[in-house]
Design a protein around this ligand. Structure first.
Ligand SMILES: NC(=O)c1ccc[n+]([C@@H]2O[C@H](COP(=O)([O-])OP(=O)(O)OC[C@H]3O[C@@H](n4cnc5c(N)ncnc54)[C@H](O)[C@@H]3O)[C@@H](O)[C@H]2O)c1
Length: 250
């Protein structure tokens, strides 16, 4: 049995605990959440110092404000960490890579299999289409999402940037620059509203033709299930950074 410590017991944390019931070998044993939500079938404490039960893996769906204490705790306990919180800044990301020398960390802004496939297909399309097609990534999420653009949109754009030498920059704000689009850029734009769990579209706009690749999450449960699969996988791994490609054995 893999015992999960849940960091963040909000919307996603609750779904992770709920979905864990569908996995024979996974169980959420404890939660850490500064707001101490009620009604969960396991104890929840306000900080990591108060955790006093054995556990195997930490699954984090919290907030970047929680990042430093989370990483400190995971390193001190030498426990694997499934890091799903988005909106980490560059300094935090560097700390993730440094910590992965000591513990296994599964780090992905999107825990769905579909986004992994979308990114792979978009990379292949980008190579085939080449510089004649402008690339834009558009994302839509529910009205409560705090960070914009989504970590997933940035993750897709960064993957595409690395794929071709002629692409150099990600542009998230066209309003303040008021300039014509550059050949070497990937634009990323956001929509926020209602209860949309998450939609990402990669557009390749060429002369007289456009290709659009879209992934739509119809329920946030897909991210909860992905985090649980990652937790089961990570338990037995050596220190390092892992993502969906490792989980799928690719
Ligand atoms: N990687 C993915 O696939 C994926 C999917 C969905 C959401 N997310 C990300 O996961 C995070 C959580 O999303 P959510 O919808 O559950 O948000 P949420 O606001 O519903 O829940 C976050 C929880 O973290 C707790 N929290 C906030 N700050 C804290 C702190 N400093 N210390 C301890 N607990 C703290 C809050 O009390 C809350 O219960 C967000 O960053 C979101 O973008 C990632």
């Amino acid at each position: 049995m893999t015992r999960i410590l849940l960091s963040g017991c909000g919307r996603m944390g609750k779904l992770v605990a709920d979905e864990a019931a569908n996995f024979e070998n996974l169980k959420t044993v404890y939660g850490v959440d500064s707001f101490l939500p009620d009604g969960l079938p396991f104890p929840v404490v306000a900080d990591f110092e108060s955790v006093d039960v054995p556990f195997d893996v930490i699954v984090d769906y919290s907030n970047p404000a929680n990042f430093d204490s989370l990483l400190h705790f995971a390193l001190a306990q030498k426990k694997p960490l499934v890091l799903c919180t988005t909106g980490l800044n560059e300094e935090m990301r560097q700390k993730v890579f440094a910590a992965a020398k000591e513990i296994p960390i599964f780090y992905s802004a999107n825990m769905s299999l579909g986004i992994y496939v979308l990114t792979a297909v978009a990379k292949a399309a980008s190579k085939m289409l080449g510089p004649g097609f402008d690339i834009e990534v558009q994302e839509a999420h529910h009205r409560n999402k705090v960070d914009a653009p989504s970590g997933t949109a940035l993750q897709i754009a960064e993957a595409l940037l690395q794929e071709r030498d002629d692409l150099n920059t990600i542009v998230t704000d066209r309003y303040s620059s008021r300039q014509k689009r550059g050949n070497d850029e990937i634009g990323v734009s956001s929509l926020r509203g209602g209860s949309i769990p998450g939609q990402h579209t990669v557009t390749f706009a060429g002369p007289d033709e456009v290709i659009e690749l879209t992934h739509t999450a119809y329920s946030p449960r897909v991210f909860a299930t992905g985090a649980l699969r990652a937790a089961a996988f990570l338990k037995d791994q050596a220190p390092g950074i892992y993502d969906m490609s490792h989980l799928l054995g690719l």
